[in-house]
Design a protein around this ligand. Structure first.
Ligand code: HEM
Length: 124
């Protein structure tokens, strides 16, 4: 599956689309059919984010196994926080805490991704 790890472009595409779908779905009223559909598509994108991330991880982790491991964890955590925002919205509870955790884990994940040596290297 070399095409997945030859560049970071596919990985970037999947998480950018994922974040847009997350913002769209979180703005819809819980329980509506439209929201359920957007969430279903988003879940397909979670899988694509993980597959493309995993392909890069397996190929390059030896370059810096500690940082690659942390990137992996924060990538998964970011997805987890999106799901927590949905869960709280559906229970009618406050989502503020999980929005903050989502944004913090997203920023850490993006920082690590851009710091790691493959693809774009803003923080090298
Ligand atoms: C919403 C979740 C995620 C976001 C926002 C995200 C963000 C990023 C960004 C900004 C980059 C840098 C791209 C570049 O330098 O060209 C990147 C690369 C990478 N991501 Fe993710 N990612 C996410 C999920 C994941 C997951 C779940 C994994 C592991 C299964 C993963 C593994 C990787 C790897 C291994 C790289 C290559 C790092 C490098 O050497 O530059 N990511 N990601």
């Amino acid at each position: 599956m070399d095409f997945l790890s030859n560049s970071t472009h596919l990985h970037i595409l999947t998480w950018v689309v994922g974040i847009i779908l997350f913002i769209v779905a979180s703005g819809m009223s819980p329980g509506t059919k439209e929201r359920k559909i957007v969430k279903m598509v988003l879940r397909v994108f979670y899988i694509l984010i993980i597959i493309t991330g995993l392909a890069l991880f397996i190929r390059y982790m030896d370059l810096n196994s500690a940082l690659y491991g942390v990137k992996f964890l924060f990538g998964i955590l970011t997805i987890g926080m999106m799901e927590m925002v949905f869960a709280k919205q559906e229970k009618g509870k406050s989502t503020q805490m999980f929005w903050i955790l989502f944004i913090v884990s997203l920023l850490i994940t993006m920082f690590l991704g851009f710091k790691l040596p493959i693809g774009l290297d803003f923080f090298a």
